[in-house]
Write a protein that binds this ligand. Structure first.
Ligand code: SF4
Length: 370
């Protein structure tokens, strides 16, 4: 979410937001940069600058929550970096990635942009996050393209967020280097889990999807190094036309080689970026994706591995498996079809991505008697 502040003429800055005296006092005690909402203006401290707001700008800030964090650029665009009313907050390390997956929801053009990674700046942003935040995702691109500097960020998070659950999304390739697995083991906050995708069961099937030769070997070795150090791992499988015919092969690989993974998330597609560009070779509807995934779910659960389904509307899933569907789509991306208003499980359903609802409309059949 971005709020444009038309009268802003200051420098770029990160601020914690306050609209009450109580939250202001807490932020002052923590010596943070603050934007305090008052009579039709923002008061920026510690420099005591008043920024007048239009009625519409004021109302948008009024809808924000105490302890939200904004990054304001020199053009007055206030980007909400941390939403205190949501469990879905993230630190985006970089858009860059060393893989180029055919069904990635980010376009290749963004992933190849060479914007320098500034870990000190990310630490500065994180300093403004509430220290009792429930959940933070560390994501990219591939966050470990930051190199060893990223461990400075982990060190900071470990020291300042004792109760926060961290999910680190990575392709896991870097952990084929033992020193990286060791450093992660030393610096990661105590409640951390890594989310790592397996797209195939061998070099050919995996690397044809990542379009990156050697990526399977690296991820395979990386997983071995992480699991042998007791680092928690959530394996991920994105079901698409590219892998639907060997999804059971991936499940079997997990049972044979990575049984110590904490859980497996089987995921429906998000059709933006590369996925949209490669739609003809990538897209299958959620119903078909579930049908292809069902034997893989059975293989994993029979082996005692915890399985969750992400991004699947409940009506695309056989009713015996609906209990493993999780609401996984970020709030601002969730959409429901008009027909969903007749569905008795709408409240329990995670809906669909804004980018896939048009493609999924034939699969959406409201559940009337659950
Ligand atoms: S009809 Fe809509 S609300 Fe009901 S399960 Fe399907 S997608 Fe979800």
């Amino acid at each position: 979410m971005i709020i444009q502040i038309s009268s802003y003429d200051g420098n770029a800055r990160v601020v914690s937001f306050s609209k009450t005296d109580d939250s202001y006092a807490v932020l002052c005690d923590n010596h943070l940069n603050i934007a305090k909402l008052c009579d039709k203006a923002l008061l920026l401290s510690p420099d005591n600058v008043r920024i007048d707001l239009t009625e519409s700008e004021y109302n948008k800030f009024l809808d924000s929550a105490d302890f939200d964090v904004f990054e304001i650029d020199a053009d007055g665009n206030a980007y909400k970096y941390f939403d205190a009313s949501s469990l879905d907050n993230a630190i985006m390390v970089t858009n860059k990635c060393n893989s180029n997956c055919l069904m990635c929801p980010t376009p290749e053009s963004i992933r190849k942009k060479d914007i320098a990674i500034d870990i000190d700046y990310l630490i500065h942003v994180a300093q403004h996050f509430p220290k009792d935040a429930e959940h933070i995702t560390i994501t990219g691109g591939e966050p470990f393209l930051a190199g060893r500097d990223i461990f400075k960020l982990f060190d900071y998070l470990k020291g300042h967020f004792p109760v926060t659950d961290f999910l680190v999304l990575t392709n896991g390739r870097i952990f084929s280097v033992i020193q990286y697995a060791d450093r992660l083991s030393e610096t990661q906050p105590s409640n951390t889990i890594l989310g790592i995708p397996l797209h195939g069961f061998d070099d050919v099937t995996h690397d044809s999807i990542t379009q990156s030769a050697g990526s399977f070997r690296q991820t395979y070795k990386g997983l071995k190094n992480l699991l042998s150090r007791g680092i928690r791992v959530e394996l991920r499988m994105v079901v698409s036309k590219l892998n639907m015919d060997f999804i059971t092969g991936i499940a079997q690989l997990i049972v044979n080689e990575f049984k110590r993974a904490e859980c497996v998330k089987i995921m429906g597609l998000e059709m933006t970026g590369n996925a949209a560009k490669n739609k003809d070779s990538v897209w299958i509807g959620y119903k078909e994706a579930f049908e292809k995934a069902q034997p893989a779910i059975d293989i994993l659960t029979k082996a005692g591995i915890d399985v969750g389904l992400y991004n699947f509307p409940l009506c695309s899933v056989n009713e015996n498996y609906r209990s493993i569907c999780e609401k996984s789509i970020s709030d601002y991306k969730i959409r429901y079809a008009a027909a969903c208003d007749r569905c008795v499980v709408k409240d329990a359903c995670g809906g669909m991505f804004s980018g896939t609802i048009r493609l999924s409309k034939d699969d959406i059949i409201p559940i009337i008697n659950d």
